[in-house]
Design a protein around this ligand. Sequence first.
Ligand code: ADP
Length: 382
Amino acid sequence: MGEVNLTDVRKEYEDVVAVEGMDLTIEDGEFVTLVGPSGCGKSTTLETISGLTTPTSGTIEIAGRDVTTKPPKDRNIAMVFQNIALFPHMTVYENISFGLRLRNFDKEEIDRRVENAVEIVQLEGMLDRSPDELSGGQQQRVGIARAIVREPDVFLMDEPLANLDAKLRVAMRTEIQRLQKELGITSVYVTHDQEEAMTMSDRIAIINDGQLQQCSPPLECYNRPVNTFVAQFIGSPSMNLFDGQVAGEALDVGDFSVAYDTTGTPLVDGDRVTLGVRPEDIYLADDAGDIAHPSTPVAVTVDVLEPVGDQTYAYLLAETDGETTELLMSIDPDKEISEDDTIEVVFSRDDVHVFDGAGDAVVHSLVDPSAAADDVTVEGEA
Ligand code: ADP
């Protein structure tokens, strides 16, 4: 059993609280990614699991054992880092088997484990090579094989793909995912890249300022973000956020207003709110017939068009009374619109998110009452 349990973990350095109130359970065999902006406490959290750091308070359990103050060697974990640090003067075989030889495993057992690991990471026939005869991706696989031979309860990976070029990174992502499923080893993966987190994980733990914001499956984070931080962090390009307030049976956002009856929600007339709309949930008013519940059309000017192939990002400006609101929509590249055009757009009211004055989600649809944020099961919500 490789379950990992963090209970109320706090790590303070002299003048910084790096991690605070961290409650997180990673199930046996699960792949959880810690993601968030630089400096948010991802690596520190991982280090408390690996034993490279002792938390100031709180407990860490691995496979049912309290390991809070145990050194890394007593935790049955294996780590893969961004900097793979292979020994240059050793062969692939010697690099992979190094830890086992250090622990005096017998030759037969070492060979069995190395053979198995090499097959999993597809490095067969390369055991006699030295690291400088390998590509970056192959070196990374040696690093992973070195972790596999340990047969750990838990894999800990800190930005292991950060040094690889973009194409290889995408290929290695798939490989790590396949491998993790094949081995079924509990894995905790750190990245600052939300796309990497979205594509690889069973669940994503989004951290901001040392605090866990949400830990949910990728699409739940995307479709039901618990607050404006998660809403903006997950998804590229980011969700549009508009400041506004409740005004009668509508949410008023300066230049435009979206009909919404707040009865049954905690919101009352005059409350500050933030409206969130993903770029793909904005449509040309001409296409409003394609969606079930379009909002009232808003006139906007096309500021910049950014074609990316399968879609075009249109940066739009809504202007009234000298106030400018920026919107980003993604649009079918076949649509005939040009920069400086004035066009009318609508939102899909089924997909508009509403956040309260503190930035916490109230509802994830203006139409479907079952999309209330309270329905979301959130672990360790901040
Ligand atoms: P991330 O991995 O999300 O980039 P870190 O966990 O490395 O963030 O760091 C979280 C915070 O803790 C940052 O403010 C960082 O400067 C601080 N920090 C990390 N390690 C140390 C350390 N050894 N001494 C002092 N401060 C540290």
